[in-house]
Design a protein around this ligand. Structure first.
Ligand SMILES: NC(=O)C1=CN([C@@H]2O[C@H](COP(=O)(O)OP(=O)(O)OC[C@H]3O[C@@H](n4cnc5c(N)ncnc54)[C@H](O)[C@@H]3O)[C@@H](O)[C@H]2O)C=CC1
Ligand SMILES: O=C(O)[C@H]1O[C@H](OP(=O)(O)OP(=O)(O)OC[C@H]2O[C@@H](n3ccc(=O)[nH]c3=O)[C@H](O)[C@@H]2O)[C@H](O)[C@@H](O)[C@@H]1O
Length: 453
């Protein structure tokens, strides 16, 4: 049993704290957001994350997990303190470290015994050294501490499973003993530990996210080519993914990656390269492709509607950046809804769990109660999040209630032939249907020779 303090009780802090308490440690999570802590103290989860509520309840009851706004209370018995605050994008794409700075300063001012300070937030290479510098400068009197970088690799929507079953954990420090102590907290999970220097650990996180984003942009670029030349990207991805050197993951073409991490982390890595005199060509291409992928959805719908979206009613299924989360940060749906509304469309939308966040953050959209209300009277329906509840809709009912049976499937969730049987004009992403009911590009246009033939 170790005493752990977690600073920041968002997606990462709350999951990290809760999972560590479930592993038998005593954990206090701290947040400056009073309403978040008040909710947690009433047993109400401030975020949607499958399985979290039960785990919090169990560990609070067992006396291993508590929540506070007070650093003093959080740090009182702690041997380890995890910094899990947000690192959003600043204006030019660099990571904004104001929350990390403030957390480091407060830890320095409040600590009254030696601590291992762990950066779990995703932070630019060199931040660990910067945090160490802040802590030494801000301590009223010198007390021993070490800084360890321990980046987090969990995904929203499967955060608890990911935390408990990691592929690896990474620990970086100039203080090898401190890195090993932090690795010890994770040893019960049985995953490989990569113990390295602090800058390398920070880079492993950015490089991992950027690589996954690159795979997505790669398959999205392939999808555009597939669409034009009459191939089906879902089959292409399957055919590629069975090669063990390639693997099947992160090869789903769609509306582009979103969320609070890939967009900001690819931008921040590109910014790190730029500010050190390098030209991040591949990362720039990854971001360009992702922008295009989002924007082409409204273009597709406009073309299907004969060139104009003005006064058309468009239904949007799904707002969250992916299924199983209420998070709409950088969700592709935000771009799509804005593009549609800017071209004069009336947009209706529904999401199984992100409605509260959508109500707070999105204008130019009418939020309705379910998928059928989205379809009712719509001139086109766009699927943007691959929620399970959209997989088995009564598509006959959906089609009959629509004004025009146009279906744009931004996640390739549906079987194109089934949708056509229901009477939809169906467009997926990269599925090689160039005209309605003309599979795999057997149209004159699609079969035209490509340049260079
Ligand atoms: N969301 C995710 O799936 C993952 C996020 N990360 C990284 O983890 C970090 C945190 O991300 P999220 O948990 O998503 O952010 P979040 O926005 O959900 O939570 C951050 C929390 O920190 C609190 N906070 C801000 N300043 C504070 C301070 N000085 N003292 C105490 N609390 C403070 C905020 O009130 C907020 O509750 C980011 O760097 C992110 O890139 C890494 C892996 C996965
Ligand atoms: O640093 C982070 O915050 C986290 O970022 C991602 O996790 P997350 O953003 O929760 O979600 P993912 O499942 O990775 O999906 C990200 C985006 O890519 C999209 N995606 C994913 C996979 C795919 O094949 N195609 C695709 O378009 C998703 O729909 C979503 O919009 C990483 O997967 C985590 O390892 C990492 O810890």
């Amino acid at each position: 049993m170790k005493n752990i303090c977690v600073i920041g009780s968002g997606y990462v802090g709350l999951v990290t704290g809760t999972c560590f308490s479930d592993l038998g440690n005593k954990v206090v999570t701290v947040d400056i957001d009073e309403s978040k802590i008040a909710k947690l103290n009433q047993g109400v989860m401030p975020i949607y994350e499958p399985g979290l509520e039960e785990l919090v309840e169990r560990n609070v009851k067992a006396g291993r997990l508590s929540f506070t706004t007070s650093y003093e209370e959080g740090l009182k018995d702690a041997e380890f303190v995890f910094i899990c605050v947000g690192t959003p994008s600043a204006v030019d794409g660099e990571a904004d470290l104001k929350y990390v700075r403030s957390a480091a300063e407060t830890i320095a001012q409040q600590m009254d015994h030696p601590l291992v300070i762990i950066n779990k937030s995703t932070v630019p290479v060199g931040t660990g050294d910067w945090v160490a510098d802040i802590v030494s400068r801000m301590q009223p009197e010198p007390i021993d501490f070490a800084v360890v970088s321990c980046p987090e690799f969990l995904r929203e929507g499967s955060a608890i499973t990911d935390f408990m079953n990691p592929d690896r954990n990474v620990f970086g420090s100039t203080d090898q003993e401190a890195a090993e102590k932090v690795a010890g907290l994770y040893s019960a999970l049985g995953a490989p530990a990569v113990i390295t220097d602090i800058r390398t650990a920070e880079m492993i996180k950015y490089a991992s996210n950027a690589f996954l984003a690159t795979r997505i942009s790669f398959i999205n670029e392939i999808s555009i080519i597939c669409e034009r030349l009459g191939a089906d990207v879902t089959e292409v991805a399957r055919g590629m993914g069975l090669d063990k050197r390639i693997g099947p993951h992160f090869l789903q073409a769609g509306v582009g990656y979103g969320g609070s991490c890939f967009p900001k982390d690819v931008k921040a890595l590109a910014n790190m390269a730029l500010t050190h005199g390098m030209h991040p060509q591949l990362l720039n291409a990854v971001m360009d492709i992702n922008d295009f992928q989002r924007k082409q959805i409204a273009t597709k719908v406009r073309e299907l509607l004969g060139g104009s979206l003005d006064n058309k009613t468009i239904g949007v299924l799904g707002i969250a950046f992916k299924a199983n989360t209420d998070d709409i940060r950088e969700a592709p749906a935000l771009t799509v809804i804005r593009n549609l509304a800017n071209q004069g469309a009336n947009v209706k939308a529904y999401d199984p769990v992100a409605m509260e966040n959508a109500e707070r953050e999105i204008r130019n959209v009418t939020l309705v109660d379910d998928a059928y209300a989205v379809a009712e009277g719509a001139d086109a329906l766009i699927l943007l999040t691959d929620w399970n509840e959209f997989k088995n809709l009564d598509m006959k009912r959906v089609k009959e209630s629509m004004n025009e049976p146009l279906l744009v499937d931004g996640r390739n969730l549906y079987n194109p032939d089934d949708m056509r049987k229901f009477g939809f004009v169906y467009r997926g992403v990269g599925r090689g249907y160039n005209g309605e009911g003309v599979p795999n590009g057997h149209s004159d246009e699609a079969m035209a020779p490509v340049a260079g033939d």
